[in-house]
Write a protein that binds this ligand. Structure first.
Ligand SMILES: [Zn+2]
Length: 471
């Protein structure tokens, strides 16, 4: 059983998905007004670890990550750059996907863009107006928080000083200014405008996630993730909008990851401790897999202190794992198997699984792996490891990489049968056309034929996991 700390209840809960064997996951994606920094990637990395663990345990995960391509920040940025919104956001969207690929973060099933889902948002706002949860004011529409009794249940906000007559128009605000928030914003000079049933204007940030999660995952869905910064007001507002709209719970599990700081301080451009992925990888030559290991190795609910010393340690850890595998795969061992490695493997497996099951306790998991490496290295040194032991240990370490994602992928260079290649191409086309149902159906057909796909920044990669036709 996997247990997660659910921000909603404040405690650890057994994770049981709505549909046995399947998990619906929504993670708040980037606001594309700048290049993502390593603090952003820390959150995406935590979500990747979560998703990989769920898949490793046999769940089928449907993952939706939105792209906020219209909000206060993107509009401000586009205006400052003298560009149209789309022109301004497009390079950041591209860079974001490149960054995910560099860090080997598994792609989401769909990346809906807010500007493609305005009608979905309008539909929800219309119902909220009809039900009396929202009201118009000077061409904008606001959510009336006093009408929603559950307001504050996620952030545990104190509503005693609630100024119910007040309204906040900006997308982001502090807890101190909890007020009715904007669902829809009246047209303003220099802002994009959509002509809709509820009048001209553009959406507030919060309604975007309510609309896109409902569109792709329905309501309720299993897990909603984000950074702790998102708890208030963003996620609190998502809950209010969605539950008032549908009379049903919104997300069942809320997992939030903590901040990343640099050298013990908040990251900021003025302090010169602000790192984007590009700075680190392209300018400083940091190994992305060492960075990946560093970013996953602090528990998601703890503050991660990024230092170059910690990065060196992560690189050393990675080297240790790789050297170990090289040793196992290239040294010649006597034939057969022995009892001790089997015992060590069972111990490592139990400890790793137990750690990750306990609210993604990665420290326990990595300790299990490093202990296994140390013990097996001792056996090698004492000439007590046999060939089958070496194979079993290497296979186990590679299997863990399904969760950790830090080792170079093993490639299969066999040529694909033409009909399978045609299916891969058709799936690529379906994805480009945003026909995700067809893309998913093709992916399943390929999987049934023993071909597993991996989407990378260089396009789709494939791997044969079993001979077609063989059981
Ligand atoms: Zn969101």
């Amino acid at each position: 059983m996997i247990r997660f700390t659910n921000t909603l209840s404040g405690g650890k809960e057994d994770f049981i998905p709505l549909v046995a064997g399947e998990v619906t996951l929504y993670t708040c994606g980037p606001t594309v007004y700048d290049h993502a920094h390593i603090g952003n990637y820390r959150a995406y990395m935590f979500e990747d670890l979560l998703k990989r663990l769920l898949k490793h345990r046999g769940f089928k995960v449907t993952h939706v990550m939105n792209i906020t391509d219209v909000d206060d920040k993107t509009i401000r940025g586009a205006n400052a750059a003298g560009l149209g919104l789309k022109e301004f956001t497009e390079p950041f969207i591209r860079a974001f996907h490149e960054g995910l690929a560099v860090l080997r973060i598994e792609p989401a099933d769909v990346y809906p863009r807010a500007t493609d889902h305005i009608p979905d948002m309008v539909r929800i706002i219309k119902v909220l107006l009809e039900k009396g949860f929202a009201y118009p004011k000077d061409g904008s529409v606001y959510f009336k928080i006093s009408r929603f009794p559950g307001y504050g249940k996620l952030s545990k906000i104190d509503l005693t000083e609630l100024r119910s007559s007040g309204r906040v128009e900006s997308d982001e605000y502090e807890k101190e200014s909890v007020q009715d928030f904007a669902l829809w914003k009246a047209p303003k000079a220099g802002e994009p405008v959509w002509e809709t049933e509820i009048g001209p204007g553009r959406p507030g940030w919060h309604i975007e996630c309510s609309a896109m999660s409902a569109r792709f995952l329905g309501q309720p869905f299993d897990i909603h993730c984000g950074g702790v910064d998102n708890i208030f007001p963003h996620h609190e507002n998502e809950i209010a909008q969605s539950e008032a709209y549908a009379d049903r719970p919104f997300a069942r599990f809320w997992l939030h990851c903590h901040h990343l700081i640099v050298d013990g301080e908040k990251m900021s451009k003025s302090k010169g401790n602000f790192h984007t992925l590009r700075d680190l990888v392209e300018t400083r030559g940091v190994d992305p897999m060492a960075l990946r290991l560093l970013l996953v190795s602090t528990h998601y609910r703890k503050v991660l202190n990024f230092t170059f010393e910690a990065l060196d340690q992560a690189a050393a850890g990675l080297r240790r794992i790789k050297d170990f595998l090289v040793e196992l795969e290239t040294r010649s061992f006597p034939a057969g198997a022995t009892a001790e490695p089997a015992r060590l493997l069972a111990e490592a497996r139990a400890k790793f699984d137990e750690g990750l099951s306990d609210d993604l306790n990665i420290s326990v998991g990595l300790t299990a792996l490093y202990e296994l490496i140390r013990s097996v290295n001792t056996l090698i040194k004492d000439d007590r490891l046999a060939a089958d032991d070496a194979k079993a240990v290497a296979a186990y370490v590679y299997s863990l990489d399904g969760v950790l994602g830090i080792l170079p992928p093993r490639t299969d260079d066999r040529i694909l049968a033409a009909d399978l290649q045609a299916k891969i191409d058709a799936r690529e086309k379906a994805r480009q056309d945003r026909d995700f149902a067809r893309a998913d159906a093709l992916r399943k057909e390929l999987a049934a034929a023993g071909v597993v796909l991996e989407d990378t920044k260089d396009g789709v990669r494939w791997k044969i996991v079993k001979t077609p036709g063989a059981s």
